[in-house]
Design a protein around this ligand. Structure first.
Ligand SMILES: *Cc1c(COP(=O)(O)O)cnc(C)c1O
Length: 539
């Protein structure tokens, strides 16, 4: 890509996953955003990030001796944030809220400007307290700071922008500011909307309707989110109640989903929304220097011994697990990695469905599983899923482990050192799933339902495995689908994965090589950014 004359992009996101030490992320959305900004730096692209400086970040989730799940929060101070000297003001609940703007460049990323309300000028210093914490009003307040405050920060910093990229609906209030600016210089609302749409692009993520945030219109009014627009104008943008994704679609000239399958799902989901662009598919990619072990890359490039390299890395994971849990897993036995947010559709406990089948494999140690993942602090069902995994760990203490407080460091260890990476969501509810890409490029073989990115990458039995087929299942009830997928999982695990692992090492290593070869560019942040520029940012 010729990096001269590229449009200058402002990337808005509620969270950024850049390092375990910087608590500004919760999960996949943040990891994607962090990798986007690191990739932009590597490729020297004119793109900056806008986000919030969280005082406590997301929950640190701890399990006690009784297997109960606890959320804990700490205040963090970061020496590496640079004070830009800039402050901007937004109106929230009829009060002025001052936002201090920090600049972050610490992690090999393009500059990210982080807004912070935790300063003495404010009565309410807690707006930027906890990522995805609290309830409706606080979320709206955070979104006012991110969106409206973010645009004001760019102006105050004198950073010229051609394209505003809203990564997920949290940022759409930025458009009220872009429209307001234009109306202030004399344009009508209609013209300002058209002009704004011309400079905004939008990425949608969650394929579950309820996961797409919406707010009662009067609550937005009371919070100050109208930003001088009228109620009728706001309803035209986001409907009533005001849906952040609907608004994102109507406010953007281009919109995308995060994998090809997700593109189909998203277009179906939002087909009744008038005045929206077609949603295209740009499959996520990962930042290789962050996620892929160099020893593996080297071994692969130089025709080295992949098995030996993998074994070394697997031993490091086993040591890491021992330090954290006291359990010593066996290096010669199959190790399944599974790490997901604990949400019911991800079916973390699917592999335990038939104890008759799985129990002997766990008792003999022929199958070992390492789990990790957090439940949202307000999600009791998610916490019950975690508690169930803990019960399984107690039942099979030498072959099932759960690592509490999932973070980037655990993610990095698991996607390098496991033998296979299991994913079994209810299709098609996984938008993309970048952890599988990390695994694939490390030669950790994916064993997954054909959801998210995997249909694009999977060559079944060659670079990993699919199970459950995924087609023609639309008429099944949830119970029938779970049963179908469970049987498929056991069949694939026993007759294909274990058969190869224990019976045909040569084929396994060949599959590792194919996994790395077929994914390393296709699912890299370089390919992804190339597509964002050519299909979204450049007109
Ligand atoms: C990679 C990663 C994710 C995203 O992975 P999914 O495949 O979407 O589940 C989430 N959290 C952490 C800590 C990660 O490292």
């Amino acid at each position: 890509m010729d990096t001269n004359n590229l449009p200058r992009v402002a990337y808005f996101c509620m969270e950024y996953g850049l390092s375990s030490d910087f608590k500004t992320y919760a999960g996949g959305l943040g990891i994607l955003a962090g990798d986007h900004l690191k990739g932009a730096k590597d490729l020297n692209l004119p793109l900056v990030g806008i986000g919030l400086k969280w005082k406590q970040g997301y929950t640190e989730q701890i399990i006690d001796e009784n297997g109960e799940v606890y959320d804990t929060y700490h205040n963090y101070h970061y020496e590496f944030l640079k004070d830009t000297g800039v402050k901007v003001t937004v109106n929230i609940r009829n009060l002025k809220v001052v936002c201090k703007v920090w600049k972050l460049e610490e992690f090999g990323n393009n500059p990210i400007y982080l807004l912070d309300t935790d300063i003495p000028e404010n009565g309410d210093r807690w707006i930027t307290g906890q990522l995805y914490g609290w309830f409706g009003e606080e979320r709206i307040a955070q979104e006012i700071v991110l969106g409206i405050g973010g645009v004001k920060a760019l102006r105050a910093l004198n950073v010229p922008i051609d394209v505003y990229h809203f990564n997920e609906g949290h940022a759409v209030l930025a458009a009220t500011e872009l429209i307001r600016e234009k109306m202030q210089s004399g344009y009508s609302f209609e013209d300002s909307w058209v002009k704004t749409r011309d400079e905004v692009v939008f990425t949608t993520h969650t394929p579950i309707v309820e996961g797409n945030e919406s707010h009662p219109i009067d609550k937005l009014d009371y919070m100050g989110a109208f930003n001088e627009l009228t109620k009728q104008q706001m309803i035209r943008l986001g409907g009533e109640p005001f849906n952040m994704t609907v608004a994102g679609l109507r406010l953007s000239r281009k919109a995308n989903a995060v994998a090809k399958l997700h593109r189909e799902t998203a277009n179906k989901m939002w087909k009744t929304v008038a005045d929206r662009p077609e949603i295209i598919g740009i499959t996520n990619g990962i930042h290789k220097p962050t996620w892929v072990d160099e020893r593996m890359t080297k071994a692969c490039d130089n025709n080295g011994d992949l098995w030996e390299t993998h074994t070394t890395i697997k031993k490091e994971l086993i040591e890491f697990i021992k330090e954290r849990t006291g359990t010593t897993l066996c290096v010669d036995k199959l190790l399944i990695g599974f790490s997901r947010r604990a949400a019911p559709y991800k079916r973390s406990d699917l592999i335990f469905t038939s104890e008759e089948i799985i129990s002997p494999l766990l008792k003999s140690g022929k199958v070992q599983i390492v789990f990790s993942g957090k439940a949202h602090p307000l999600d009791d069902i998610g916490k019950e899923i975690v508690a169930k995994l803990i019960r399984m760990m107690k039942k099979y203490p030498s072959s099932v482990v759960f690592l509490e407080n999932y973070d980037m460091n655990i993610g990095r260890m698991l996607t390098r050192g496991s033998d296979i990476w299991l994913n079994n969501p209810r299709r098609p509810l996984e938008a993309s799933g970048t952890s599988g890409m990390k695994a694939a490029m490390n030669g950790v073989l994916n064993c997954s339902i054909l959801d998210g990115w995997w249909p694009e990458a999977c060559i079944d039995g060659v670079n990993g495995w699919q199970f459950g087929d995924g087609v023609g299942l639309d008429d099944l009830t949830e119970v029938e689908l779970d049963k179908h997928d469970t049987l498929a999982l056991y069949d694939t695990l026993i007759n294909r994965v274990m058969a190869t692992y224990y019976g045909n090492r040569e084929k396994w290593v060949e599959m590792m090589r194919e996994s790395i070869r077929t994914t390393s560019y296709e699912f890299s942040v370089e390919r992804m950014l190339d597509e964002y520029y050519n299909k979204m940012y450049i007109k």
